[in-house]
Ligand binder design. Structure first.
Ligand code: PAF
Length: 290
């Protein structure tokens, strides 16, 4: 089976590596320095596992059986348009943020939503640090391919599960990201500090309560404050993906995280003061980065 990783950055490359180990033919779709490094030197995995592999890498998508989409949320539309020019059976998003599956479903019949807590950091072009084992949840968003992706991931040693409430899981992860990511990106510290510094935790807690209120209006009863505490503790040494984006002078996914909560909150008449403040501060930092 031929599987394509559309967006072979940190997480995409780690999953590509898992699939190679599982015996699949994997195509890594990457851009810029990452493309060049993967082509010239192969993929280097460090951290929990150490490995070096030659990989098949392209700049543009090719025909395949399945596609894992791991581009940043703001690139989903462009990636969907590119994918329209090739043939494949189904696509599974493993991205951060809310709204990716909705975009994909405008273009494709078989769309699987995915949420993963595996940790991966890009330590240099073509070099990925496998930072944390996690769990990957999959669910049908359109069509019926979740089981197929599940089998592929399980065969590759990935801890995966098919769930029937993927939309809730996506919002759940977005809520955790809405608290940890902008705060760590603004303060430029590791996730653990969010709970260690009382003044910072006060802001984190209030943001979490706002997210929780919005999720409740959506019919999802979740203890966001507790979840944020647990994730910040479990990933205390991680530098969040948003912090990494800011440090590299890149655009962040804040519009698909806090932006999504602000839009939902306004729809329900929930006060989104904290989410809006974090969203606007990150927007400001993005504008200041050249
Ligand atoms: O985006 C991230 O970095 C991660 O989702 C999380 C959970 C905040 C851990 O760093």
């Amino acid at each position: 089976m031929r599987i394509q990783i559309m967006g072979a950055g940190a997480l995409g490359s780690l999953f590509g590596y898992f699939l190679l180990k599982g015996g699949y033919e994997v195509i890594f779709v990457a851009r810029g320095e990452q493309y060049r490094a993967l082509k010239e030197n192969g993929l280097v995995i460090t951290g929990i596992e150490e490995h070096k592999a030659e990989v098949s890498v392209t700049r543009y998508p090719e025909n395949s059986d399945l596609v894992f989409l791991t581009v940043k949320a703001y690139d989903t539309l462009e990636a969907s348009k590119l994918l329209r020019s090739v043939r494949f059976d189904a696509v599974c998003s493993l991205q951060n943020g809310v709204g990716n599956e909705e975009i994909l479903a405008r273009f494709f019949d078989n769309v699987v939503g995915g949420v993963t807590t595996y940790g991966a950091n890009l330590v240099g072009p073509g070099k990925v640090m496998y930072a944390g084992k996690g769990k990957t949840m999959l669910g049908n968003y359109r069509g019926d391919y979740a089981e197929v992706f599940f089998e592929v991931l399980s065969n590759s040693g990935v801890d995966a599960e098919v769930v029937d409430d993927i939309e809730m899981r996506i919002w759940e992860k977005a809520a955790i990201n809405a608290v940890i990511n902008p705060i760590t990106a603004i303060c430029r510290f590791r996730n653990g500090k969010v709970i260690e510094i009382p003044e910072v935790w006060e802001i984190a807690e209030r943001t979490a309560v706002e997210c929780q209120e919005i999720l409740m209006r959506m019919g999802y009863r979740l203890d966001v404050v507790k979840m944020v505490r647990e994730v910040a503790l479990r990933t205390s040494e991680n530098r969040s993906s948003m912090l990494q984006d800011i440090e590299r002078g890149r655009k962040t996914e804040v519009e698909f995280i806090n932006g999504a909560f602000v839009r939902k909150g306004e729809e329900f008449g929930v006060d989104v003061h904290y989410n809006r403040t974090l969203l606007n501060l990150i927007r400001g930092i993005e504008l200041g980065v050249d």
